[in-house]
Design a protein around this ligand. Structure first.
Ligand code: HAM
Length: 430
């Protein structure tokens, strides 16, 4: 029969790589806790309208990349609901904020999430159809200070700290301001006008984008197009005074704490909800998919999906890309737990039950223990032990009776007799 494989663009994460995933997630949780964020878990599928209205009908994500299906209607009279596997989590978090009236207490909500997202993109290194994000959002009523540039700077400073604690260096923070909901249409219009003459000289994708979604022209990576795109109108020239001052304050707070950034006037990002600050952290080690994380402010998102005014700012890190970046560093061997501390070899079936007791004692003492099988011969026990652990503990009839076991350390070749109650301290790594 033909073999069934993981679906294109999805993958299984296996040990020891999953150790690295756990390490990244634990580090993120620790850092988020210090900044007083709490965890939110939203459903993996949502009403399709949430993304159409939240992320934007015209975006690549919504128009091309979503996994959407019609749910079965419960009754004949009922209209079938369209559902979508979440392509991102900001819209879901804001939906929950509205649904549970989280703003009613008049405080900022600081929420983080870790989980899978789904986009039907062309798979390549660092780009998958099921991928994982570690993200956070700060959202609340304006009276709680949700619009303050200090929120933007605090989130960015937290990200710099998190990357430092993960041991990721060599990143670049690129920032821009895309202005208010009023500024953007004026800019898009100016871009459209400028593109009338320029677009025919650009790559075929840009010629299409110039008509369908002119902002996406700014993402073009084709080398020959760069000079011409750099010469197009810049959004910075279309910002109102409020957006300009806001961005200047974000930059000043980052300067004060020494977080380095560059301003990229072409960073407009691919989701429609952004207003004012947008940012990306890139890493050159990642190749074509070089964005480690992206985010920004979304002051109108709550209202776009039927909620109260609730400005917010947040980001999502591509966990798959953090893993790729860390795997490229030599220090990562430390995260592989490698060999177990001990392999317990019951030397006969009569010792099996008691060998589980011994393994239980050592595991409760915090050791990483592999347990053999009483039907193995001595030679096979040694072979297995040598593959799995740093030491083998022989547990036969004599050992069970006397309470003194034989330990062979594979690394030094030394063989010793050890009283059972001293075993955990002998086996412990120094
Ligand atoms: P995004 O830029 O679409 O933003 O995604 C954020 C990050 O997720 C990217 O920088 C990348 O690291 C990772 N990512 C995206 N697509 C893929 C993929 N196909 N395979 C692997 N990794 C991927 C958002 O999703 C926004 N919700 C971020 C945000 C939160 N803005 C405000 N709050």
């Amino acid at each position: 029969m033909s073999q069934i494989k993981a679906v294109r663009g999805t993958r299984d994460l296996l040990p020891p790589e999953t150790e690295l995933w756990n390490h990244i997630e634990a580090t993120a949780r620790r850092v988020f806790a210090r900044y007083a964020f709490g965890e939110i878990r939203t459903p993996i599928f949502e009403d399709t309208q949430l993304f159409a209205r939240g992320v934007g009908e015209e975006t690549d994500i919504v128009s091309k990349e979503m996994y959407t299906w019609e749910d079965r209607a419960r009754a004949q009279s009922e209209k079938a609901q369209m559902l979508t596997l979440r392509p991102e989590n900001t819209a879901g978090v804001v939906r929950a904020y509205i649904e549970y009236k989280l703003g009613d207490a008049g405080l900022l909500q600081k929420l983080y999430y870790i989980g899978p997202q789904f986009r039907r993109e062309r798979p390549q290194k660092g780009r998958y159809r099921q991928f994982f994000q570690i993200g956070a959002e700060v959202i609340g009523p304006p009276s709680a200070g949700s619009e303050s540039p200090l929120r933007d700077a605090e989130v960015l400073e937290m990200l710099a700290t998190l990357l430092e604690e993960l041991g990721i260096t060599g990143w670049t923070l690129e920032m821009n301001s895309v202005g208010s909901a009023m500024d953007r249409p004026r800019y898009v219009q100016a871009l459209r006008e400028a593109l009338v003459d320029v677009a025919p000289t650009l790559c075929i994708d840009c010629q299409r984008r110039a008509v369908t979604n002119p902002l996406r022209v700014l993402d073009c990576k084709v080398r020959e197009d760069q000079e011409k795109i750099d010469a197009l109108p810049k959004i910075a020239d279309f910002l109102d005074e409020g957006s300009r001052a806001h961005f200047a304050q974000v930059c000043a707070a980052l300067d004060a704490c020494g977080v380095l950034y560059t301003i990229n006037p072409r960073l407009v990002r691919g989701l429609d909800y952004y207003t004012r600050t947008t940012f990306e952290f890139t890493h050159s080690g990642l190749g074509a998919q070089n964005a480690l994380l992206g985010g920004g402010r979304y002051d109108g998102l709550s209202e776009a999906i039927g909620g109260p005014k609730a400005p917010g700012i947040g980001f999502a890190m591509g966990a798959d890309r953090l893993v790729l970046t860390l795997q490229a560093l030599p220090s990562q061997a430390a995260n592989d737990p490698g060999l177990a501390d001990a392999y317990i070899a019951p030397l006969g079936e009569a010792q099996q039950a008691e060998s589980l007791v011994l393994a239980r004692e050592l595991r409760r003492a915090g050791l990483r223990v592999e347990l053999g099988d009483g039907s193995f011969r001595l030679k096979k026990s040694f072979e297995m032990g040598n593959k799995l652990a740093r030491a083998i503990v022989l547990f036969g009839e004599d050992e069970a009776r006397s309470g003194i076991v034989t330990v062979k350390n594979f690394q030094t070749g030394e063989q010793t007799k050890v009283p059972r109650n001293e075993l955990s301290s002998v086996l412990r790594r120094d």
